[in-house]
Ligand binder design. Structure first.
Ligand code: ASP
Length: 317
């Protein structure tokens, strides 16, 4: 039986109120999601959890909300396309017992996160990519969407085509993956991550989001982490796995996120052009968040509230 939903609606979510602070006491259940779109996603996830869904159901349901958001240019089929004008999607899902599934470079699928879950639950594999992922989706009964850019993405792509300059510069306009991690009242954890990836990427490029250990990692014995930002840099340091392993060695979620950012910075020369942000929760429900540059924010939902928080960052405003 589900319990009544206690968190307030997103319209009453308070504004940023605890700049970058981790909650030292720990709370369960708890859901963290990257960026502004984390607020409605957290709301949907907490509703699912409070109505009797599992933490896995909750993190899938939460990011499905973002995958449908027509205003969002970096998650779902309305996301900005690659250089060829084709939108390709990456997603992953993981539970704290070590199960995981992901899809990469997939086309025409409205809910790649649900396809990633089917990979986890209905195949002997962890990851399906490209045409194989699309064929699996058809076999699983997923409808194929028409391959047309959303009106907003079409306008942006036309503007970009005027110069067709490819610069791997990450800013708030061309990235915004949703990564969500959560813990239920009993300490079970799960996470999800879904994106259309870097805008105007090379056709075939896959980012960190579908790579288990890079964009997402969950272990009930320790905690969970997720990432957003320039995927190449996150893959190179196995960002989410690194954070969970640092927590396993005794770091707090906040310390682990900060160490991952330091590691990422130490491996990249052109750090001025690179943004990345990490979120973490440990098994007590203590949270952490940190980014390379200012501007990263995240949503935190408990049974009492769902709030947007500005993350602290290595470089200061
Ligand atoms: N991490 C995503 C990618 O590289 C994009 C982002 O979160 O900014 O595909």
């Amino acid at each position: 039986m589900g319990t009544a939903l206690l968190i307030p609606s997103i319209s009453s979510a308070s504004a940023t109120d605890e700049k970058g602070k981790s909650n030292k006491a720990g709370e369960k259940p708890l859901i963290l999601s990257t960026w502004n779109h984390g607020l409605p996603a957290n709301q949907a996830a907490m509703e699912k959890l409070s109505s009797g869904g599992s933490i896995l159901d909750a993190v899938e349901t939460g990011v499905r909300d973002t995958e449908l958001d027509l205003e969002n240019l970096s998650v779902g089929l309305q996301g900005l396309p690659d250089r060829e004008g084709i939108t390709t999607l990456d997603a992953s899902i993981m539970t704290g017992d070590g199960n995981c599934g992901s899809v990469a470079f997939v086309r025409q699928i409205k809910h790649p996160i649900s396809l990633a879950r089917r990979v986890m639950e209905n195949t002997p594999h962890v990851m399906l990519a490209g045409e194989g992922a699309r064929q699996f989706a058809i076999a699983e009964g997923f409808p194929l969407e028409e391959e047309v850019l959303s009106p907003k993405a079409a306008v942006e792509y036309a503007k970009w085509k005027e110069t067709s300059q490819y610069k791997p510069v990450i800013n708030i306009e061309n990235h915004d993956t949703i990564g969500m991690i959560g813990i239920d009242a009993n300490g079970n954890m799960a996470g999800s991550c879904t994106t259309s990836g870097l805008a105007y990427k090379m056709h075939g490029r896959v980012g960190d989001s579908p790579i288990i250990g890079a964009g997402l990692f969950v272990d009930n014995e320790v905690g969970a982490a997720t990432a957003t930002g320039l995927g190449e840099t996150i893959i190179k340091i196995c960002g989410s796995f690194l954070i969970v392993e640092l927590m396993r060695q005794g770091r707090t979620p906040q310390e682990a996120c900060e160490e991952a950012v330091r590691r990422l910075i130490s491996k990249n020369k052109n750090i001025n052009d690179i943004q990345a942000g990490f979120l973490a929760i440990n098994k007590e429900g203590v949270t952490g968040a940190f980014a390379v540059h200012p501007g990263f924010n995240f949503a935190k939902a408990t049974l009492k509230e769902n709030v947007l928080i500005d993350s602290n960052s290595h470089f200061k405003p």
